[in-house]
Design a protein around this ligand. Structure first.
Ligand SMILES: [Zn+2]
Length: 149
């Protein structure tokens, strides 16, 4: 495996200010860093946070460079995967536990916690996993495991 260099990705964004702004307000965030979860890799891109009437819409284009294992020759290789994200984050209603009810409870969506912190980590993780190739190849014409002489 190639050693990844760089800072861990920061994924927590405080949207308290954005939530006070009128619908349609936009905050831009540069995304850059290293992810080390089910998949390891580096990530680059921009995410726009847009105030909606219900919460905050995260929209952006990301490129993740992940360490994959070639499905033919089993060699590790780095592969860039580009994708766009679009998900709405809904605020959690701060009520005593037991009576807890979040606006987004009916749909298992993304939430903004009671401290107005929005976590892009889960969004990035889900989209990365969704966009991983089923049968990664180190190159299109990979001939597979070399026969030992
Ligand atoms: Zn290969």
């Amino acid at each position: 495996m190639e050693k990844l260099e760089g800072k861990p990705l920061r994924t927590l964004v405080n949207v308290a200010q954005l939530l006070k702004e009128p619908v349609g307000s936009i905050q831009s965030h540069d995304i850059s860093g290293i992810i080390e979860e089910e998949v390891e890799g580096s990530i680059e891109g921009k995410i726009k946070l847009i105030r909606t009437n219900r919460g905050v819409l995260a929209q952006g284009k990301l490129t993740v460079e992940v360490n994959l294992i070639c499905s033919r020759c089993l060699d590790p290789f780095l592969s860039p995967i580009g994708f766009t994200v679009e998900e709405e984050f809904l605020p959690t209603v701060d009520v005593p536990s037991g009576l807890a009810r979040s606006l987004s409870e009916e749909s298992e969506g993304f939430t903004i916690d009671v401290d107005n912190i929005l976590d892009l980590g889960e969004l990035i993780r889900q989209y990365t996993l969704l966009n991983l190739p089923m049968k990664p190849l180190c190159r299109p014409d990979c001939t597979g495991i070399k026969e030992a002489n």
